[in-house]
Design a binder for this molecule. Structure first.
Ligand code: GLO
Ligand code: MG
Ligand code: MG
Length: 410
């Protein structure tokens, strides 16, 4: 029996209800989660894809976030201000309208980001050879700092996009990195001035790496490359610059995201985190958090919770093209938030789990071999304890699926 058009939304809504309900907006608001303008308003377009959804203006996105209970909003400059209106009176008007929309919906702007990859002016990157391109990039980055302070944001994120090339040979990578640093330095210097004028803290400037796309070779392809860049001596204010890793971007180069986050935390640079999901060594499909790798996600959140990272968590995913505008509002965003909260809570249970606790304590206590010089003796003293590694992994699976709460084999 075909489902008539006017029956489809009621069916989708009824099945959403049947799939177990959801957290209330008040519960969701307790987490430091942001909904990006570009994710909510993504129309489903790509190189081989025509859009499948209608455009969504920022008023509508902010209203929806308020209703769902996503406490924060994030945006690129050009998501909301046409390129040629940037740095004009038109920008001032639009930013004022954004401020009003945020206020009336109880949503806060947590992060602003500069689009330096889509407009053709950035074809050779924001750190291109032509000095006027680089001057323009510096102005754009500084302007984003102004917008951020005006909207009350605390974070600025920079995904450098086209910082790389399709074919090598034409540019000197060391020079490009120096020029790229000039742009970040301009943003930090502008920030110091504006923060002082406004009596606010300076923003946290976070670099985001992606190993490939949109050009074939990326000069700073990983979070680790960016950590090296931050401490290279090229930045005038390295203390103002940290990282915004993205879960899927780490998987794209085959890394364990959890290990990448651990390295960033050890450097004191894990400041912001883009959360989504996808497949290792593949494209940046930006699926909703937890839909592909829930066990890996649980492990990521155990690490973050046990080191007191509490956010921001930025929902940088793209609702699939098969989801309608109604679906983005009713399914995509609320379920992404709810899966995140569920995984966060499960991570807390795993941290407190007595089996895992005893097992890890025992592993750390070791077998107590005497005679530290004999490899064979040391191994023999620990051999039976080492089986606990696999038991811990099994226990994590049980906790993920709720087996520790009574589901039994049988
Ligand atoms: C693209 C990036 C992009 C950034 C955004 C913020 O792959 O994930 O969405 O997160 O531009 O700078
Ligand atoms: Mg991202
Ligand atoms: Mg991505």
């Amino acid at each position: 029996m075909p489902i008539a058009r006017d029956q489809q939304i009621p069916l989708v809504d009824r099945l959403s209800e049947l799939s177990g309900g959801s957290y209330s907006p008040d519960v969701r608001r307790k987490y430091f989660i942001s909904g990006p303008q570009w994710a909510y308003a993504y129309e489903g377009h790509a190189l081989f894809h025509a859009p499948t959804r209608e455009p969504v203006p920022f008023e509508e996105v902010i209203r929806a976030l308020g209703e769902i209970g996503i406490p924060c909003w994030a945006t690129h400059d050009t998501d909301v201000i046409p390129t040629n209106d940037l740095m004009t009176d038109r920008q001032t008007e639009i930013v004022a309208r954004i401020g009003a929309a945020l206020k009336s919906n109880g949503v806060r702007c947590s992060m602003v980001t500069c689009e330096t990859f889509h407009h053709p002016v950035f074809a050779a990157s924001s750190a291109a050879e032509a000095p006027e391109v680089r001057e323009y990039s510096a102005r754009r980055l500084s302007n984003v700092v102004d917008i951020g302070h005006e909207l009350g944001a605390n974070f600025a994120v920079y995904w450098p996009g086209t910082l790389g090339y399709m074919i090598q040979g034409a540019i000197d990578e060391t020079q490009t990195l120096r020029w790229f640093a000039d742009g970040i330095n301009a943003a930090c210097e502008r920030d110091i001035i504006v923060a002082k004028e406004r009596g606010r803290d300076t923003l946290k400037h976070c670099l985001e790496a992606k190993p490939f796309e949109p050009v074939s070779q990326i000069i700073l392809p990983t979070s680790d490359a960016m950590l090296a860049f931050i401490s290279s001596g090229l930045l005038t204010h390295p203390e103002m610059v940290g990282l915004n890793p993205e879960y899927l971007h780490e998987l794209m180069w085959g890394a364990a995201c959890r290990a990448a986050l651990a390295r960033a935390m050890l450097c004191g640079k894990l400041w912001h985190f883009d959360i989504n999901d996808g497949y290792p060594l593949k494209h940046d499909v930006d699926l909703g958090v937890g839909l592909v790798n829930p066990l890996d996600w649980l492990n990521v959140l155990i690490l973050l919770r046990s080191h007191n990272y509490e956010g921001p968590f930025n929902l940088d995913f793209k609702p699939p093209r098969t989801t309608s505008n109604h679906g983005v509002f009713k399914i995509s965003f609320p379920t992404a938030v709810d899966r995140f909260i569920t995984l966060w809570e499960i991570a807390g249970e795993a941290i407190d789990d007595p089996v895992i606790k005893q097992a890890t304590d025992a592993l750390k206590a070791g077998g107590g071999a005497s005679g530290a010089d004999s490899a064979d003796d040391i191994f023999a003293a620990n051999r039976e304890l080492l089986s606990l590694h696999e038991l811990i992994a099994h226990r994590l699976f049980q906790i993920l699926i709720g087996q520790h709460k009574g589901r039994i084999f049988g």
